[in-house]
Design a protein around this ligand. Structure first.
Ligand code: 16G
Ligand code: MG
Length: 550
């Protein structure tokens, strides 16, 4: 076993000192805070990624520099494991420990202890592939990351400016190269070719969809959407809008999936473009979320969120498994979080198994892996469909007995290619939605009518200490502060069809309150009254309740 390259680690770490007044935490979205304070974190993440690669016998580890839907001054970083999935849980804790070592010496000491405890063989090779979104703080942060990769002696590959889902795709493609599970060519072009080829096969012979407006949140999705548009040609005409990736402060500002979902409104920039009856969609700042919407005949806005996407897609996969004669071998299941609209949960659970898990893609992804085909979507538009290794085998070995079965089987196989199974992918999900709409000949309105959303409201509460809030039952109930859940239960009982939950955010220093009810005004009132309870509970001054809409 070779030793840690202490000299190179120390001299490079000295260039990236930790700000003494800050504590970092690897949360749901990796490390995420103001871009201006992340230099030391990036360096250390570079080192950690190298060690993770060594631990996994030289498999390539991914690092994505992004703060997704957050405002432009924020940035962040997350690690991607070899199959393109989120970093293993246990390592999140290690990442936090290493990021908080106060000095270079303390950092190197923590590294040695860590290498020893995890029995990492330092003589193994290490490979890291990394990318960033369009934020102005990105280049400097990537250069700190590169110092970390260099310091541990790992081989780095710069995937440049690209989306989070492309980076996840690349990690899986690199690690499966030359194996029977080869995921695709390990380049952005490989990704685009794979998606486009599958999409074209899936919609061959179907009437072309009307041109689709794609709101790119003024983020990196604009770049990939432009390339996708080119490779799709006339198969699906895309109209990318909000593509101002270099305009200061434009990123995620009054546009993008998060804006649409939380404000339940059309991005103002689309108001003059979107016509009655037409549908459009929004990506978020790193293009791993997707929200659809349309204006009805009276130009009223209707949102088709992650729950609606799950309902649409799951029904389609079920139809195809039936048509292919695989109904008994390939079972479809759904994974949601507490944020799923009650209307969707009722509709879906009357048809399919539905599981509720805590917020965050890693929870959904793992639960979805337990089904033959797991459809997971967060209401916020982040999600995908996973085909288990067994169902992939079934698809490749199944002998269809009729031409109709054979057609359905081919569609299923192509679905596995159009879907980015490593992580939620706004653009891949968009193609998936368009496939289903083309097959069903659905308009946005027909899709929307699968079930009716209950009016709901999301509010955030700024509290002194969100860490006192602890939940159970997939975040649907509070166990701490003691007694608060009982008060919530008492209140919610007074609202017709009322449902509410309170959870600490994993990405911001706030507590979130969700409420729904049969009537809009009641959903709003319930959310604010619960938010009031939460605030009072934390000992704040009731006259200055800092409650705001999210
Ligand atoms: C992150 C998560 C997203 C989740 C959100 C919740 C990933 C890749 N992203 O963006 O899934 O919905 O956090 O944020 O896991 P919150 O804890 O602040 O409500
Ligand atoms: Mg995102």
């Amino acid at each position: 076993m070779s030793a840690l390259p202490v000299d190179s680690l120390k001299s490079l770490a000295d260039l990236h000192p930790k700000p003494s007044h800050l504590t970092f935490q690897y949360g749901t979205a990796g490390f995420r805070t103001l871009g201006s304070v992340l230099d030391s974190v990036m360096f250390r993440v570079g080192v950690l990624a190298g060690l993770r690669s060594k631990k996994l016998d030289g498999k390539t580890i991914g690092v994505m520099v992004t703060a997704s839907h957050n405002p432009e001054p924020d940035n962040g970083v997350k690690l991607v494991d070899p199959r393109g999935e989120m970093l293993e849980n246990a390592w999140e804790v290690h990442a936090t420990t290493l990021a908080n070592a106060p000095t270079t010496d303390a950092f190197v000491e923590a590294l040695s202890a860590f290498v020893k405890a995890l029995k990492i063989d330092l003589s193994k090779p290490a490979r890291v592939v990394y990318a960033r979104d369009t934020r102005p703080s990105g280049p400097a942060l990537v250069s700190a990351l590169e110092d970390g990769i260099k310091a541990i002696g790992a081989e780095g590959r710069d995937a440049g400016v690209t989306t989070t889902p492309v980076l996840h795709y690349l990690v899986r493609a690199i690690n499966t190269k030359g194996t029977p599970e080869e995921y695709g060519e390990d380049s952005e072009e490989g990704y685009l070719n794979k998606l486009t080829a599958a999409f074209k096969k899936l919609v061959a012979g179907k009437p072309a969809s009307p041109p689709l407006i794609v709101d790119c949140a003024n983020g990196v999705g604009a770049k990939i959407a432009a390339k996708l548009s080119e490779s799709l040609g006339d198969t699906l005409r895309l109209i990318p809008v909000n593509t101002a990736t270099t305009t200061p402060e434009a990123l995620n500002n009054s546009c993008g999936a998060d804006y649409v979902k939380t404000s339940q409104k059309l991005p103002p920039s689309l108001a003059s473009q979107l016509k009655a009856g037409q549908r459009a969609c929004s990506l978020d700042g790193d293009a791993d979320r997707l929200i659809y919407y349309y204006l009805d005949d009276r130009s009223k806005f209707h949102m088709l969120d992650g729950d609606k996407i799950a309902a649409l897609v799951a029904a389609f996969v079920v139809d195809l498994t039936k048509a292919a004669g695989l109904e008994s071998q390939i079972k479809v299941g759904i994974v949601q979080t507490a944020y799923a609209n009650g209307g969707s949960t009722k509709y879906l659970s009357e048809r399919l198994p539905v599981k509720c898990v805590p917020t965050g893609v890693k929870h959904l992804h793992h639960a979805a892996e337990k089904y033959d085909v797991g459809v997971y979507f967060e209401a916020n538009g982040h999600g995908t469909v996973l085909f288990s290794p067994e169902s992939l085998k079934t698809l490749s070995s199944h002998q269809p007995s009729t031409p109709a079965q054979s057609t359905a089987l081919n569609y299923l196989v192509q679905l596995t290619n159009v879907i980015n199974q490593t992580v939620g992918d706004g653009l891949s999900d968009m193609l998936l939605v368009e496939v289903v709409l083309a097959h069903k000949a659905y308009s946005g309105e027909e899709w929307d009518s699968l079930y009716v959303d209950l009016p709901n409201r999301l509010v955030k509460v700024v509290v002194a200490n969100r860490n006192i809030f602890k939940t159970e039952d997939a975040e649907r109930r509070l166990v701490s502060p003691p007694g608060l859940q009982t008060k919530i239960d008492e209140l919610v009982r007074r609202y017709n069809g009322g449902r509410t939950f309170v959870r600490p955010s994993g990405t911001e220093d706030v507590v979130r309150v969700y409420a729904e009810a049969i009537v809009r005004s009641q959903a709003d009132e319930l959310a604010f009254r619960i938010a009031g309870l939460v605030y009072d509970e934390t000992g704040g001054d009731p006259a200055r309740r800092p409650v705001e809409f999210l």
